[in-house]
Design a protein around this ligand. Structure first.
Ligand code: GLA
Length: 730
C-alpha cells in the first residue's frame, strides 16, 4: 500500500507491512501528526484530535478568536517556533530581520517511488528486494521565506520508516539555523511510556537504562563532537508493560556521528513530544539565499513484540540497507588477530611475522598491525598525522611485510587514526593551522593529541591522499579506523568568527567525505570502525564500516553486558569482539563463546600461547566458521538480562528458516548447592524436533522453548556452553 493521500480527509498515511503512520494537512494548513502504531488500514484518525480552550496556550492569529485552536496542544509533524507552542521545538531559526520565528504551513506534497537520497549525509538505501516509496511534504513560512521539506521513506516489508529534513532559504538574505531536528513525533498520550536508552562510558559502552516518563524534558545526547561512549543516538519509547517479548515499542535511531540530541517531553496534558537530530549546542548555521541544509536521517520502527521484536526489525534492516560493503552479504569476514594487546607500540616486522605464524596455527586468517607502525610513534606522544611507514620498525618495508604475511596464506590489515595529530609530528610542524585551536588559547590535549580541523578541504584532501597511498602500496585487506579523543576547541581557521557555530557539523561532513572517498576507491577492503572501543558506534559510521569495535574492554564477563546493550539496535555481524588476555581465570573456550557474539578474532600475543592453547583456539576459530551463517544471518535473542541478578547469561541465534540454532550460555556465578537452572530457547518451531550438538539428544521446539535445557551445575567457574540445535523433522 505504501503511501496514500486521501484528498477528502487530507490525510496522508504511510503503510508498512504491520504499521501505519498518519498525518493530516489540518486546520490552517498546519501539518498535524495523527498516528503511529499497528496497521489501521484506511482509517481516518482525525477523530482523535480534540480542541479545548487551554489557558496560556496561544492561538494563531489566523484562527480568528478560535480560542480552542492552539499549537501548544496539537500534535504536529514539525513544530512551529514562536506560534504559541511552548514545547521543545523542531526548529530555531533567526530570520534575516533578526526575528526568531517559523510558522510553517503545508504548501505541497509529493509521493514518489523509491528511497530519498541525502546529498551530504549517509542514509539507508533501497535494495532490489525492497518496495520503498517516499513522501516529501513542504512547509513554508510565508513571511521569512524559509522552506522546510520533510522527507519520509517507507520500507514496507521491513516495517521501517525513515525521516529526514531539508531547510531551504528562499529569501533574499541570509538566515541562521540554531536548531533543526530531523524528527518530531507527538504522541497524544505518553504518560504510560518508558524511555530506554544506552548510556555508558569508556570501557562500558551501551549499558541499558529504562526510566518512566515524567513531566519534564528527558534528554539524551552528546556534545563531544562524536556520538560518544556516554550516550548512543538510539532510544526506545515503550509501554510501561513492555518486556523483552511483549509490548509496544517504538525505536528511533539517528544516522549521525557527531553531536546529537533527543528530547522527550511529557507536557502538561500528558502528550509526549519526541524530537531528535543534531545537537543545537554551539550550532549556528548560516544559510545564504537558495542554500539548503540537510538534517540527518532517523530510522523508526514500531512493534508490538517487545524489545526482541524491535531489535529484529533493526537487525534485519541494518544488515541489508545500511552498508554497501561486499563484506555485508557476499564475503565472509575473516578471523583476525590484532597486534594491539599483543605488543602495543613495541613491535617490528619480525615480531609481527612471528605473531602471524603462531596465529596461523590458531586458524587465524588476517593479521592486523595496530597503532605504532607510522611516523615516529613509540608512545602516544608523537607521530599521529604522519601516515608513512616507520622503517626503523618495519625494516623490510610495508610491501615486503605484507608479502611475508601473504606467504603464510594470511591477509594483512592496518590501523589509522586519521582525524588526529600529535604536536610532535611532521604534519603538525608543517601545518599547525590545520588543528582545531581557538586563537590566542592553548588547545585541550587528550591522550596527548589534538584534533585536525576536518571541515577544511585541504585537511580532507591530505588524508585522502596519504591514506590512499598506503592502501595502494601494499595488499591491504582490512583497515581499522580509530578516533581516540572527544573534540574541544571548536574552531576552524578557514571560517570567519561569526561562522564558527558551523564547525562541529562541518567536521562530520568532512569526515564523511574522507571516508566516502577512501572506502569507495577501495571496495575490496574490509573496514572496521573504532573510537577508543565503541565511542562512535552509530548508524552513520556503520554506513561505511560493516563492523565496529564494541569496546576496549575485552573482559568476557563485562562483554556480556556490552553485547547485550549493543544488541538492542545493532546486529551481531557489526560487533567487533575478540579473545584477549583479559579475564585471567576465564577459560579460552568461554572467551571464544563470548567473541562469537560478534565478528570473532584475537587480541593477544599468539607466540605466548602453548600448543594446547593454540589448538583450543584453532577449534574455536573453526566453530566460528561453522556457525557463521547462524550468528551473522540469523535472528538474535537475548535469553537473560545480565543487568539483573542471575547465575548465567544466555543468548541465542536462530537461522531464518528455523532449521538451526545456537544457544550460548556463560556461567557467571556459582552458588553453593544452588537450584538446577534451565535456559529456555526462543524462536524455534514448536512442532519440530531438534538434535542437540549432533548427539542422540533430541527435543521438540516446544519443549526447548517452554521447559528449556538444563544447564549442568557441577562445573568450574566461568564455564560456558554452546548448544547447536539442528532440526531433524517436523
Ligand atoms: C584505541 C583502540 C584500541 C587500539 C588503540 C591504539 O584505544 O580502541 O583498540 O587501537 O586505540 O592506540
Amino acid at each position: 500500500m505504501g503511501i496514500v493521500f486521501n484528498s477528502t480527509t487530507k490525510t496522508i498515511t504511510l503503510h508498512t507491512k504491520n504499521t501505519s503512520y498518519q498525518m493530516k494537512i489540518g486546520n490552517l494548513d498546519y501539518l498535524l501528526h495523527l498516528y503511529y502504531g499497528p496497521s489501521i488500514s484506511d482509517a481516518d484518525m482525525s477523530y482523535q484530535i480534540m480542541q479545548y480552550d487551554r489557558g496560556f496556550s496561544g492561538n494563531p492569529y489566523e484562527s480568528r478568536n478560535a480560542r480552542t485552536f492552539s499549537l501548544d496542544a496539537q500534535p504536529q509533524e514539525f513544530s512551529t517556533q514562536q506560534q504559541g507552542d511552548f514545547r521543545t521545538t523542531s526548529i530555531e531559526v533567526v530570520n534575516s530581520d533578526g526575528s526568531y520565528s517559523f510558522h510553517g504551513k503545508v504548501t505541497g506534497h509529493q509521493i514518489t517511488d523509491g528511497k530519498y537520497r541525502l546529498d551530504t549525509l549517509p542514509a539507508t538505501f533501497q535494495t532490489e528486494k525492497d518496495t520503498a516509496s517516499t513522501l516529501e511534504v513542504t512547509l513554508l513560512d510565508a513571511v521569512s521565506n524559509v522552506e522546510v521539506a520533510l522527507l519520509y521513506s517507507v520500507f514496507e516489508e521491513a516495517d521501517i520508516i525513515t525521516r529526514a529534513v531539508r531547510v531551504k532559504n528562499l529569501g533574499s538574505e541570509a538566515i541562521h539555523l540554531k536548531k533543526i531536528m530531523s524528527l518530531c513525533l507527538d504522541f497524544l498520550n505518553g504518560a504510560d511510556m518508558d524511555l530506554v536508552s544506552l548510556p555508558g562510558r569508556y570501557g562500558q559502552e551501551r549499558q541499558v537504562e529504562r526510566q518512566h516518563m515524567t513531566h519534564h524534558i528527558h534528554t539524551i545526547g552528546s556534545v563531544r563532537g562524536s556520538s560518544s561512549h556516554q550516550q548512543n543516538p538510539f532510544l526506545i519509547l515503550c509501554g510501561r508493560d513492555a518486556t523483552e517479548d511483549y509490548g509496544r515499542c517504538y525505536g528511533f535511531s539517528l544516522m549521525y556521528s557527531g553531536n546529537f540530541l533527543a528530547e522527550a517531553e511529557l507536557d502538561q496534558y500528558d502528550q509526549l513530544r519526541l524530537v531528535m537530530g543534531i545537537n543545537p549546542k554551539q550550532f549556528v548555521y548560516e544559510l545564504k539565499p537558495q542554500e539548503v541544509f540537510e538534517g540527518p536521517e532517523v530510522v523508526m520502527a514500531f512493534t508490538e513484540h517487545g524489545f526482541t521484536g524491535l531489535s529484529h526489525l533493526y537487525h534485519d534492516f541494518y544488515r541489508t540497507n545500511l552498508c554497501a560493503s561486499k563484506f555485508v552479504t557476499e564475503v565472509q569476514r575473516p578471523v583476525l588477530i590484532n597486534s594491539w594487546e599483543a605488543a602495543f607500540m613495541d613491535f617490528d616486522d619480525v615480531k609481527l611475522v612471528n605473531i602471524a605464524k603462531a596465529a596461523k596455527n590458531m586458524g587465524v586468517d588476517l593479521l592486523v598491525m595496530d597503532d605504532g607502525w607510522f611516523g615516529k610513534r613509540d608512545d602516544d606522544n608523537s607521530g599521529l598525522g604522519d601516515w608513512y611507514v616507520n622503517e626503523d620498525k618495519i625494516k623490510c618495508g610495508l610491501h615486503r611485510l605484507v608479502e611475508q604475511i601473504n606467504e603464510l596464506d594470511m591477509k594483512f590489515g592496518i590501523w589509522f587514526e586519521p582525524e588526529m595529530v600529535s604536536e610532535d609530528s611532521n604534519l603538525y610542524r608543517t601545518h599547525p593551522e590545520w588543528v582545531m585551536q581557538i586563537p590566542g588559547r592553548h588547545a585541550v590535549r587528550s591522550r596527548n593529541q589534538l584534533a585536525l580541523d576536518m571541515s577544511r578541504r585541504d585537511v580532507q584532501d591530505y588524508l585522502i591522499e596519504s591514506i590512499n597511498s598506503i592502501l595502494d602500496d601494499a595488499d591491504i585487506y582490512y583497515v581499522k579506523w580509530d578516533i581516540n579523543r572527544s573534540l574541544a576547541d571548536i574552531w576552524s581557521n578557514e571560517l570567519p568568527g561569526e561562522r564558527q557555530g558551523e564547525v562541529y557539523h562541518r567536521y562530520i561532513l568532512g569526515l564523511y567525505r574522507v571516508m566516502d572517498k577512501i572506502i569507495k576507491t577501495h571496495p575490496d577492503i574490509l573496514f572496521e570502525g573504532c573510537s577508543g572501543g565503541g565511542g562512535r558506534y552509530d548508524p552513520g559510521m556503520l554506513h561505511y564500516y560493516p563492523q565496529y569495535w564494541v569496546s576496549d574492554n575485552n573482559n568476557p564477563i563485562d562483554r556480556l553486558k556490552l553485547h547485550y546493550g549493543t544488541s538492542f539496535v545493532y546486529p551481531t555481524c557489526t560487533m567487533g569482539a575478540h579473545i584477549s588476555d583479559s579475564g585471567k581465570f576465564i577459560p579460552l573456550e568461554t572467551k571464544a563463546v563470548v567473541a562469537m557474539c560478534g565478528t570473532f578474532g584475537y587480541e593477544l600475543d599468539a607466540t605466548h600461547l602453548n600448543k594446547k592453547q593454540q589448538k583450543i583456539c584453532r577449534k574455536q576459530s573453526n566453530l566460528f566458521r561453522k556457525y557463521y551463517h547462524i550468528i551473522f544471518k540469523g535472528d538474535y535473542y537475548r535469553l537473560t538480562n545480565p543487568f539483573e541478578p542471575g547465575n548465567m547469561t544466555a543468548w541465542q541465534h536462530v537461522t531464518k528458516n528455523k532449521k538451526e540454532s545456537l544457544i550460548s550460555v556463560v556461567v557467571t556465578n556459582l552458588t553453593c548447592n544452588g537450584p538446577q537452572e534451565y535456559i529456555r530457547a526462543k524462536g524455534l518451531l514448536p512442532n519440530a524436533l531438534y538434535r542437540v550438538n549432533g548427539t542422540e539428544e533430541v527435543h521438540s521446539g516446544a519443549a526447548l522453548m517452554n521447559a528449556g535445557l538444563p544447564i549442568p551445575r557441577e562445573v568450574p567457574e566461568y564455564t560456558s556452553f554452546q548448544f547447536h540445535l539442528t532440526k531433524t523433522r517436523e
